[in-house]
Design a protein around this ligand. Structure first.
Ligand SMILES: [Zn+2]
Length: 309
């Protein structure tokens, strides 16, 4: 099933009068109609032109049209965008106004009406699909309670209301909570066992063991955290957040938006930049990663196989 079908969207397609290709127009331009001799009028989808007798002006005229083209054969297809209807005026001054004209003793003018684009453009479907995905993503991430982790990180990095030592202590508590351990004095063996069971990369597991050791040293050996330690703690935090977010989003299979069936309608560039915006805003708000946010988001999209191509 295609992503669009899943979202309950059945795009209305335009059939090219030249090659019969069916497609969703990428865009429509609105342009002034130039009346060219021999221009095929069947291209205008409007009430039929009625050519009245003699030299009278027609009942309907097209002033502007919606223009698009067939992606396959490049045939230009036009639809009426602004149509004028000839109307006889009952009331008029003796002088003709600019738009008025005289025919057989009566005064007429054209009254113009706008027509909407005859088909939805591709962007419309992309936007609806994105809205759908956005809701899915935000609902899914809600379970992680990232704000909980982020609150701590912001206190350390953004507000400087706690120092690295306090951050380490509280970060460790959050890790214990995450692995469902109540007692902070958990033995190394038990802790290792719990960490090993987590569905995380080996390197990160090793780092999480190191966090416990670092905490022990700072508390019991009066070890002072240096810049290297601070960088290490920050990286472990960010990497852990990354894995939690990734694991949560992976089952959504965002990469399946590149389903072949929708390929001609879906705009990769649009979707990629929307995903990027969505994750950047959400993660910044929840975690406050600041300068590390961009790399976080790009890596996340890569790992989810959401790509530009
Ligand atoms: Zn065509």
């Amino acid at each position: 099933m295609s992503m669009l079908e899943e979202a309950g969207l059945k795009p209305k397609k335009l059939k090219c009068p030249n090659c019969s290709n069916k497609f969703v127009p990428k865009f429509f331009h609105r342009e002034k109609v130039k009346f060219e001799l021999g221009a095929p009028l069947h291209r205008f989808k409007i009430p039929k032109f009625k050519n009245s007798n003699g030299n009278s002006r027609p009942y309907n005229i097209v002033r502007r049209s919606w223009v698009t083209f067939c992606p396959k054969c490049k045939y230009i297809i036009k639809f009426a965008a602004e149509v004028g209807k000839k109307e006889m005026l009952a009331d008029f001054s003796s002088l003709l106004h600019l738009k008025e004209f005289k025919e057989n003793g009566n005064i007429y003018e054209y009254s113009f009406n706008d027509y909407e684009k005859p088909y939805k453009e591709a962007l419309y479907y992309n936007e609806i699909l994105m809205e759908d995905l956005r809701n899915d993503i935000l609902n899914t991430l809600e379970d992680l309670n990232l704000a909980h982790w982020g609150k701590l990180y912001k206190m350390w990095k953004r507000e400087s209301s706690i120092d690295s030592f306090k951050f380490l202590i509280r970060f460790y508590s959050l890790i214990l909570k995450h692995i469902e351990i109540q007692d902070v004095k958990i033995s190394n063996e038990k802790y290792s066992e719990k960490i090993k069971n987590l569905d995380l990369p080996e390197v990160l597991k090793k780092d999480l063991l190191e966090i416990k050791e670092l905490r022990r040293k700072t508390i019991y050996e009066y070890y002072d955290l240096n810049e290297v330690d601070e960088g290490f703690i920050r990286n472990v935090f960010i990497n852990l957040m990354f894995e939690l977010v990734f694991k949560k989003l992976e089952p959504l299979e965002l990469k399946s938006i590149y389903n072949k069936k929708d390929a001609e309608i879906l705009d990769n560039e649009f979707l990629y930049s929307e995903f990027k915006k969505l994750f950047s805003n959400y993660l910044e708000e929840q975690l406050g990663l600041g300068e590390y946010a961009n790399e976080f988001v790009i890596s996340l999209l890569n790992k989810l196989k959401v790509t530009l191509t």
